[in-house]
Design a protein around this ligand. Structure first.
Ligand code: GAL
Length: 406
């Protein structure tokens, strides 16, 4: 969607006065400050309302989603954030200048919802905007950072997604740190997810500001969108690591616009890229295929590997580079490799182990993460397989003799 469409239709004169304890644009210290909340040692996992529900949310949907995350077993696999996106709030602040949940859709309030979600062993996320309005024209938090962080903390919120609409043309590097400071001093540990759509190359500056940063515009539920976003996010691989992750946007798995193998590829590559694994479908009504993809523990463990290195595209062949190998190092000297067929027919994809940074003389066991089978114990030289159209085969290579990864 065009960024221009999100620019503010209002003038500075309509802004309310800052309610902050410090002026939000006193940036004298920002370069020296860090988020330091101890979170995001591995990419965040959970669910977000936007991709499936957009503005059609209410407290029942959120509660039923929390129930479904638990009953489906997804919560036990690590999907623990239940994140409400845009449209939870009233169109205006109250007379005290506070954000207010929409009384029609969230009549019991956010604190009640947080209590419900916490009682299930899960965490609650909320959404606001580093501008004067959210993208759906609810009140934004620009110049209200401290008051809003304090109210989120008082409700028991655990996660904030912070969007970029109606931003008055002020650079993100100035608008996002004030909320970091406000969250830091709110008295509650709150995950900080920056959503500035990659417009100002956040990978270059956001690791001091947030726990993750969107690197692209919004994903949509299509093969073209998903593959385009994967490539855009790949560029920033070297900037991700424990504490702060590139965010190529939420999962579309289960929303209907891609085939089973395309969703499997989407999930594989997001896991390998150390992307946040935020489910974006209606988990109350998932098919068994959707649940099977989202609950592949072996693929999840790639994403949650403690080494925390973002895997990347390492070689391409074929028409427009459609025959691709993606790979990344894992803990214990292991390597994850994805053979991804983005061509319009089945292809055989091969990669020399040397190209993957492995010692040509070493041998490896090869585990297929979608078949849940160890294929061979002593592979050396080359890894290769036939891959169906748009499918992605995913393996972990573990050394079976020493000094395997150079
Ligand atoms: C967009 C954001 C989406 C969603 C939407 C809500 O800017 O990228 O993920 O949050 O706003 O209006």
């Amino acid at each position: 969607m065009a960024i221009a469409a999100r620019l503010p239709p209002i003038s500075d004169g309509e802004l309310q006065k800052p309610t902050s304890r410090i002026h939000p644009f006193d940036t004298s210290n920002y370069g020296k400050l860090q988020l330091n909340n101890g979170l995001a040692l591995t990419p965040q996992m959970g669910w977000n309302s936007w991709n499936f529900f957009a503005c059609n949310i209410n407290e029942t949907v959120i509660k039923e989603t929390a129930d479904a995350l638990v009953s489906s077993g997804l919560a036990d696999l690590g999907y623990n954030y239940v994140n409400i996106d845009d449209c939870w709030s009233s169109l205006t602040r109250n007379t005290k200048g506070e954000l207010v949940p929409d009384p029609k859709t969230f009549p019991s309030g956010i604190k009640d919802l947080a209590d419900y979600v916490h009682n299930k062993g899960l965490k609650l996320g909320i959404y606001s905007d580093a501008g004067v309005f959210t993208c759906q024209v609810r009140p934004g938090s620009l110049y209200h950072e401290n008051a809003d962080a304090d109210i989120f903390a008082s409700w028991g919120v655990d996660y904030l997604k912070y969007d970029n609409c109606y931003n008055l043309g002020i650079k993100p590097e100035k608008r996002y740190p004030p909320m970091r400071e406000a969250l830091n001093s709110s008295g509650r540990t709150i995950f900080y997810s920056l959503c500035e759509w990659g417009v100002d190359n956040p990978a270059l500056w956001a690791s001091k500001v947030g726990n993750s940063w969107r690197t692209t515009d919004d994903i949509s539920d299509s093969w073209v969108s998903m593959t385009t976003i994967a490539d855009l996010n790949d560029k920033w691989a070297s900037y991700a690591g424990p504490g702060g992750w590139n965010d190529p946007d939420m999962l579309e798995v289960g929303n209907g616009g891609m085939s089973y193998v395309e969703y499997r590829a989407h999930f594989s590559i997001w896991a390998l890229m150390k992307a946040p694994l935020l489910i974006g479908c209606d988990v109350r009504n998932m098919t068994s295929e959707t649940l099977e993809i989202l609950s592949n523990e072996e693929v999840i463990s790639v994403n949650q590997d403690p080494l925390g290195v973002q895997g990347r595209k390492v070689s391409v062949e074929g028409k427009d580079g459609c025959s691709q190998v993606w790979a990344g190092p894992l803990s214990k000297n292991r390597l994850v490799v994805a053979l991804w067929n983005r061509c319009s027919e089945a292809v055989t994809i091969t990669s020399k182990l040397e190209t993957l940074g492995l010692d040509a003389t070493a041998t490896f066991s090869v585990r297929n993460l979608w078949k849940h089978e160890t294929l061979a114990e002593n592979v050396s030289g080359t890894l290769g397989a036939q891959v169906d159209v748009h499918d992605c085969k995913m393996y972990i290579l573990s050394p079976t003799c020493s000094h395997a990864i150079s």
